[in-house]
Design a protein around this ligand. Structure first.
Ligand code: RIB
Length: 310
């Protein structure tokens, strides 16, 4: 039987208001429609994987409240194994999202129960991690838990895929245990102290990250695509142009699709092409988890773009 992918990360309920633009400090804006959508970078990446037809198990924490019930139900409806999701006395995580007319967002998170993901909780799921095809993580749960999970995966020979979002400085030991690092421009800039705007600058930053011990760097550049740096040198994977409605979870769609393609034996460059296709499709639909594309949709876009599927 194929080993499942395992995601350790956050579950949030996203409270989204559309506004003509982002407000300035001290300013009140009249927005338009309001909606609640299941989100959280960890849960989004788990759902992205399930929609692409791979087995996936989620490790995380929600509260004993209505948002927690809803988030678990949505994961299960998507086919995610939630045996690793614990209930805590803290409230379920919430993300306040303002969505501008251009489809760009600003996000503020109250982590709540996500903050209860501890090294002890991670260690209680060692068997899940040891049996994974790969472990995916982000930085919306406490860093000690991330470090524990990465060390366990590394010790068991399980590939580690880290999406360092939201950005924060990372310990040197952790960096050396990461097989695939998938930062965006802002995260790469924070991790390296370099300016990361162009593919050339991305290449320099990716090289700096590899020198810190990371195996492969996949630096996402939005409309400019994704820069993949392996031992074979840098490759720029172009993006797929789409009409943007909401960029929320585009990065999560990318990471989930990358992990699926990689676990099916594709190269990092081909996997990043899958990531670009899934990320583009996620920009065309409002909300985080509702926007995560099916395998058929990703294959159709890859086919339209006549991109390599191998
Ligand atoms: O990556 C998008 C996600 O970031 C949202 O769903 C929100 O919950 C925040 O975690």
């Amino acid at each position: 039987m194929a080993r499942p992918l395992v995601v350790l990360g956050s579950l949030n309920m996203d409270l989204v208001i559309r506004a003509p633009r982002h407000p300035r400090p001290g300013e009140t804006l009249i927005g338009s429609d309001f909606g609640t959508f299941p989100g959280g970078k960890g849960a989004n990446q788990a759902v992205a994987i399930a929609r692409l037809g791979q087995e996936v198990t989620m490790i995380g924490c929600v509260g004993r409240d209505a948002f927690g019930d809803a988030l678990i139900a949505t994961l299960q409806a998507a086919g995610v194994d939630t045996t690793g999701v614990t209930r805590s006395d803290a409230a379920t995580g919430v993300a306040l999202i303002t969505l501008s007319a251009a489809g760009e967002n600003t996000i503020v998170i109250a982590p709540g129960a996500n903050g209860m993901v501890s090294p002890e909780l991670v260690r209680s799921h060692e068997a899940l991690i040891a049996g994974a095809a790969a472990l995916l993580l982000q930085l919306e749960v406490p860093l000690p838990a991330v470090e524990t999970a990465v060390a366990l995966a590394h010790a068991h020979g399980v590939p580690v895929i880290l999406n360092p979002a939201p950005a924060q400085p990372l310990p040197a030991t952790l960096m050396r245990q990461v097989d695939y690092l998938i930062p965006n421009q802002h995260e790469a800039a924070l991790l390296t102290g370099l300016s990361v705007h162009t593919p050339e600058e991305a290449g320099v930053a990716a090289d700096r990250l590899r020198r810190a011990g990371v195996g492969v760097v996949v630096l996402t550049l939005g409309e400019q695509g994704a820069l993949v740096l392996t031992d074979d040198g840098p490759v720029l994977v172009p993006s797929f142009p789409v009409a943007v409605v909401d960029t929320t979870a585009a990065g999560d769609a990318f990471v989930g699709a990358f992990a699926v393609a990689l676990s099916e034996g594709r190269t990092p460059v081909a996997a990043a092409t899958w990531g670009c296709a899934a990320g583009a499709l996620a920009c065309t639909v409002l909300g985080a988890q509702p926007s995560l594309p099916s395998r058929e949709a990703v294959m159709a876009l890859l086919d339209t773009g006549r991109r390599s599927l191998e």
